[in-house]
Design a protein around this ligand. Structure first.
Ligand SMILES: Nc1ncnc2c1ncn2[C@@H]1O[C@H](COP(=O)(O)OP(=O)(O)OP(=O)(O)O)[C@@H](O)[C@H]1O
Length: 240
């Protein structure tokens, strides 16, 4: 199974953010999406999740050579800023999420078991989400998305708010899901991308470009990425 982005363009007003970008993301691999601030990573995720429409091109799932449109429920998007209902407790939210999505879940477990998996302590599980820390809200959002095991999992800057132990647990969780899913996460942390990814994809000047897997662990990798993402047009011309 592949997620195929083909000649996708997306503008806001007159500003073209994504310009005829194409890339095929395969199941069983974790992709790290790197790009400069404002490059369009979140926009691309919103287009894949159908939260935003695309102006041109297509995004499809390809199975055994046959392309098809997909449902929004096939995409799990974990946003960089957690979006959880303030008026529910962590326990109530996870229970609600299970009730809503049980038809597409395998091996359903108890809310306590899911919350324990991301390190939400027993004494916190029945507190309102509005009183959770940013990292705790992120954990709840992450497990709510992951427990459905969507075939396409999009993680927008995950792990940045997690403590070292939680980040380690989340990495393990992401790795455990890759066999059955296409996993794409955006990050500015090169080390994280190198640790976790099978492939790195750059979003630069509106285009998607893959960096071959065998180059990710080269000593020169960081300098290569910096060079690729640096815009030579930005050379200071004040002297003229
Ligand atoms: N709803 C919107 N309306 C207008 N412009 C938008 C909208 N959403 C995003 N943009 C613009 O699109 C560009 C890409 O934004 P986006 O958030 O996708 O970048 P990003 O690569 O995720 O950035 P960062 O790494 O800083 O989080 C930016 O110039 C942003 O201002």
């Amino acid at each position: 199974m592949k997620l195929v982005v083909e000649n996708v363009s997306k503008s806001f007003d007159t500003k073209e953010i994504i310009k005829e970008a194409s890339f095929s993301f395969e199941r069983g691999k974790i992709y790290g999406l790197l790009g400069r601030n404002g490059a369009g990573k979140t926009t691309l995720f919103n287009c894949i999740s159908k939260d935003q429409s695309i102006d041109a091109g297509s995004i499809t799932i390809e199975e055994e050579g046959v392309s098809r449109v997909y449902l929004e429920t096939e995409i799990g998007l974990v946003q960089a800023t957690p979006v959880v209902p303030d008026f529910m407790t962590g326990y109530e939210f996870i229970k609600f999420f299970i009730d809503m999505n049980q038809h597409q879940m395998k091996n359903i477990r108890t809310p306590d078991s899911y919350l324990a998996k991301v390190g939400i302590e027993k004494e916190d599980r029945h507190r309102l989400l509005k009183d959770y820390s940013h990292g705790m809200k992120n954990k709840v959002q992450m497990i709510a998305t992951m427990m459905i095991q969507p075939p396409i999992l999009l993680l927008d800057e995950p792990l940045t708010s997690f403590d070292v132990v939680a980040a380690h647990q989340m990495k393990e969780l992401i790795l455990s899901l890759k066999e059955d899913s296409v996993v794409i996460f955006s990050t500015h942390i090169l080390q994280l991308a190198q640790d976790l990814c099978d492939e790195i994809v750059l979003l630069h000047n509106g285009k998607l470009t893959g960096i071959p897997a065998d180059q990710i662990h080269d000593e020169s990798f960081e300098n290569e990425v910096i060079a690729l993402l640096s815009d030579e047009k930005e050379v200071d011309t004040d002297d003229h």
